[in-house]
Design a protein around this ligand. Sequence first.
Ligand code: GLN
Length: 568
Amino acid sequence: MAQAVPFLGWKNLIGQYRDVGAPLIDMKYIVVTGGVLSGLGKGITASSIGLLLKRCGYKVTSVKIDPYLNIDAGTMNPIEHGEVYVLDDGGEVDLDLGNYERYLDVVLRRDHNITTGKVYQSVIEKERKGEFLGKTVQIIPHITNEIKRRIRQVGMDDGADITLVELGGTIGDIESAPYVEAVRQLRSEEGRDNLMIFHTTLVPVMGVVGEQKTKPTQHSVKELMAAGVHPDSIVCRCEEPLVDDVRAKISMFCDIKPEAVLSAHDVGDVYQVPLLLHSQNVTTFVQETLGLEIKEPDLATWEKFVEKNQNLKTEVNIALVGKYSQLKDSYLSHLKALHHAGVEVGVKPNVIWVDTPELKDENFDEKLAKMLDDIKASDAVLVPGGFGIRGIEGKKLALKYARENDVPALGICLGLQVMAIEYAWNVMGLEGASSSEFDDDSPHPVVDLLPEQRGVEDKGATMRLGAQPTLIKEGTMAFDLYGSTEISERHRHRFEINPEYIDKFEAAGFMFSGRSPDGIKMEIAELGDHPFYMGVQYHPEFKSRPSRPAPLFLGLVRAAAKYHAERE
Ligand code: GLN
């Protein structure tokens, strides 16, 4: 599979409608669309199918399409859209790419996230260069060609046997229409046995003992078919397993084989979804439809993870001290990383969402007392990344409490910066210590703008982004956790520990156990006389995998479990 074959033969006849721009490879595509409403778990469906095929030995990659006009997720507010997920190559992308990285255990690039912004930008750039030779530039074929080109390109770059494509949004949305058309064209060009379509829908139940309703599914399939796209399978989201009658009805009305109507009913945790789909023969069905050799997936490690996950007895409370707690998806990768670590340690991390008071709040003292009660009820404190001054005072006080009372604490990015500010102020006696992000006039700017960011106007485009190496000092907690002196982690920041204060920090016991290879940028800090008090300038949460938790989260959860046991 995945060998280059010359771009010749009948495919040439399609001429201008088929601007591939590169030789075709023998590749299969699986497209997942969604109907009825958003949030049906298209991403989980696509990643689960991908996981099953990967475990059969196929090379699988994935593309997430977001039909919004933003070029990427970098400028999006986490409260509206969930966390901004960061890739090795510095791409700031939709959080669904995190699902794919975690399920498929792959490293994706920014090209794996196609947005309408990116598609239009490249078509308009080509138009300006005169590359369309005087033609009228239109949605069909120019935009649809660009969509197809991008999908194919990702598959080719990855040498994939199978490229999964998740089409964000809901069928029928105006902004999804060019993508549905591109999928229709892609299938007609690649051939029906090279591209399959899974359509996810909702099967609701009306009333307490009501029946499962198929009408929403029928309507959304009709809509898809009106666009010329006939799905191969329908994945029905429902509370209880789909009953046979309903399956038969959907099969008949939507012209889908009964065995291709899948029940994606509620299960205890999302990690069971691949097993649920596999138990309905989806793996064989895909291989048959795509003309692949029929293989059985090796699900041993996945099943072991699911089993361990279901048997977590002890709960440990982790206080998450952040400012975007209205939308839990703002911290999705943190939650996943805590969970992966919990399964490894054998405890269930229970997140306590802690609201931080503001100094200017009327009832500051009351709010502060409530925050400290939450922290006291917790077995560990996690201060995640963030931007801006809001919530900083509360974070400082939460960290001070953790530091003075031996409560395990992990500070990530802004979390590390606040750890440094709190330590400088309260231990080193540097009154007024702050970050130049919040206080231009601080007498002790212990956190300062990265030198390469000075004078830069375009904040979004120039953050220090993506994978960067860190060298770790032997004999430190960081070394114990990573078991290596050289690591690579993902970054997204503009400020750093001010190099002028490094020696002062270390002399006062705030030790930097990880630095950039040139020794200038502080990447990991830890306190020697505390059970677990660590801060990192990077984002370890993005590289955590179900069976390979991020070392720092493992350290935090282990320390939390110990603290919990000692308190009992
Ligand atoms: N606002 C801080 C900075 O830009 C921290 C960023 C973050 O937490 N991702 O450096």
